[in-house]
Design a protein. Structure first.
Length: 112
């Protein structure tokens, strides 16, 4: 199994060409609402502390979504992801959902 090494937000990668496209792959992470954490975050905001826990949760969800995207691309045999994007949303129950998506491709060095 090949693990994608080139993961870029661009549609093309300088010095490489897309030899094969496997189509769009995606990874999703879901963080349920944690009432206790939300309460402490609110108290922290009231006393002037930054939202460090929220950023940590968001970073963790982003990392999980990216790992799932890479695993899906890997099973297809892709060695790269182009056009990587993230979407994050807060659901009505307070939970957070992060989706990572991009095109799984086989990249080869461009002929000179």
């Amino acid at each position: 199994m090949v693990v994608p090494e080139a993961v870029v937000t661009f549609e093309r990668l300088d010095g490489f060409r897309v030899a094969r496209s496997f189509g769009i792959v995606r990874g999703e992470a879901y963080l349920p609402h944690n009432l206790l954490r939300a309460t402490f975050r609110s108290i922290g905001t009231l006393i002037g502390l930054g939202p460090a826990d929220y950023l940590t949760d968001a970073d963790r969800a982003r990392g999980e979504a990216l790992a799932r995207l890479l695993a899906q691309a890997s099973t297809l045999g892709a060695n790269g992801i182009v056009g990587l994007n993230f979407e994050a949303s807060e659901e009505s129950d307070g939970s957070t959902r992060v989706v990572a998506f991009g095109e799984a491709v086989t990249l080869e060095p461009s002929p000179r």
